[in-house]
Write a protein that binds this ligand. Structure first.
Ligand SMILES: Nc1ncnc2c1ncn2[C@@H]1O[C@H](COP(=O)(O)OP(=O)(O)O)[C@@H](O)[C@H]1O
Ligand SMILES: [Mg+2]
Length: 100
């Protein structure tokens, strides 16, 4: 199949590091929001269900829009609470249907 007929599959960007406090969540927030501003449909999965930094940031963004009656380009977002790779792949596949 050539580029014109191939169904585009989403591009995945992973922010991962064993060490805490290295800026993963902060980087993920900025990249996700910047891509949303550029018009890409972004899906963001927070893999840290304890801290949920990315998820809480985006929850606050939604709350701000409601409070101020404004619209801001915002990624779809979920938090991954499970612990198996199969479950994560299921979540990625489901979110991928609406994402670039
Ligand atoms: N580029 C940066 N410059 C300065 N401080 C940063 C930068 N990126 C992240 N931080 C700060 O470092 C701390 C940890 O960042 P965070 O994104 O929560 O890390 P992680 O998700 O890897 O645990 C936060 O207080 C955040 O504000
Ligand atoms: Mg984090």
């Amino acid at each position: 199949m050539d580029m014109m007929t191939r169904k585009a599959s989403p591009h995945h960007i992973v922010f991962a590091n064993e060490k805490g406090g290295t800026g993963k969540s902060t980087s993920a927030v900025h990249v996700a929001v910047a891509l949303s501003y550029l018009g890409f449909r972004v899906g963001a999965i927070d893999l840290d269900p304890r801290q949920r930094t990315l998820h809480r940031y985006l929850e606050n963004r939604v709350a701000t829009q409601q409070r101020r009656s404004i619209t801001l380009p915002t990624p779809n977002f979920e938090v991954f609470q499970d612990d198996t790779q199969a479950r994560l792949e299921q979540m990625v596949t489901k979110m991928s249907q609406d994402c670039d």
